[in-house]
Design a protein around this ligand. Structure first.
Ligand code: GLU
Length: 309
């Protein structure tokens, strides 16, 4: 190992069984690690204490081992590092860039319903309509002292402004593959499309966005490989990295595996899990071949439609 050796990670969330989409992502990550002669880490993203299960973590280890992935130990589990995310949140607080949001989902939904044409974020969720943003400091303190639960949101307009100031130029990142809209090369960040994102959820006091940038920096990740569904999340990640003075990784977003109807596979839709495929007698080589990984080298295949057939 050399000190400037690239570091790459596969970071699944144990909220269900892995499916072919995860297999593609894991194999893509392994190929990239080989191509870059990088160390390969596995990170378990289990901050969601309700949806994540120990059994799914064991399932991830079993599935990845079966696929032939080799990763370094110990494996970082996000649920063991809430203090690190709390420290990052404090820095954002100290910069005056976050505010408590007491609004419930229902309140947000009804506020949005009164505004036809209200913008949606890249995930299709209506952009936060700003309900708790105008509360006075006194009101915020009174409501939190009364025990009212709150999430913490990033004031995106201010965050982007400060990030640009710190960076000394518009914030960008380098995309080595492409985004859903064909974005490639140096991509200019426009995090305003997300509105005031939640950086700390009501229940766990952190969020995917915050935990992922803290961990990528802590683990020295130089190259992030993941699906195109997270391409636009990178806009938020880059803003947070600049504000928290964290290093900028290189990004490689791959295409998603889709079913015959063109839908991406999902855990909730109970797409055939790797465990079920394995138990039906399918081998890891079959999966690799079906996903187009039967070639050696650095030529990443494009995901085939309906690879299980
Ligand atoms: N944990 C995320 C997922 O399973 C991936 C996070 C990332 O690669 O940035 O979708």
């Amino acid at each position: 190992m050399t000190s400037n050796q690239p570091v790459i990670r596969f970071a699944p969330s144990p909220t269900g069984e892995l499916h072919l989409g995860h297999a593609y992502s894991a194999l893509f990550t392994q190929d990239k690690a080989r191509e870059l002669d990088a160390r390969l880490l596995l990170r378990i993203e289990d901050i969601d204490l309700v949806r994540c299960r120990a059994g799914f973590i064991q399932g991830i280890f079993d599935d990845l081992e079966w696929l032939g992935l080799e990763w370094e130990v110990p494996v970082r589990r996000q649920s063991e590092h809430f203090a690190d995310y709390r420290a990052a949140l404090s820095r954002l607080e100290a910069l005056g860039l976050v505010y408590p949001c007491f609004a419930t989902r229902t309140e947000i939904k009804s506020a949005v319903a009164t505004r036809p044409g209200h913008p949606r974020d890249p995930d299709g969720t209506p952009v936060y309509p700003g309900l708790s943003k105008s509360l006075s400091e006194t009101e915020r303190e009174a409501r939190s002292a009364a025990g009212e639960p709150f999430a913490v949101r990033l004031d995106m307009a201010r965050a982007q402004r400060l990030a640009r100031e710190i960076a000394g130029s518009p914030v960008t990142f380098h995309e080595h593959q492409r985004g859903p809209g064909g974005e490639t090369g140096d991509v200019k960040v426009d995090a305003a499309i997300w509105g005031d994102v939640v950086v700390a959820r009501k229940d766990i006091k952190t969020s995917y966005h915050l935990a992922v940038v803290v961990d990528d920096a802590f683990q020295g990740i130089t190259d992030v490989t993941r699906g195109q569904d997270l391409f636009y999340a990178t806009y938020v990640h880059r803003i947070l990295q600049v504000l928290l003075e964290l290093p900028e990784p290189q990004y490689h977003h791959h295409e998603l595996v889709r079913d015959t109807a063109g839908r991406r596979l999902s855990k909730s839709a109970r797409d055939q899990s790797l465990r079920a495929l394995r138990e039906s007698g399918i081998t890891a080589s079959d999966i690799k071949a079906q996903l187009g990984f039967n070639t050696k080298g650095t030529d990443h295949p494009r995901p085939k439609k309906n690879p299980a057939e």
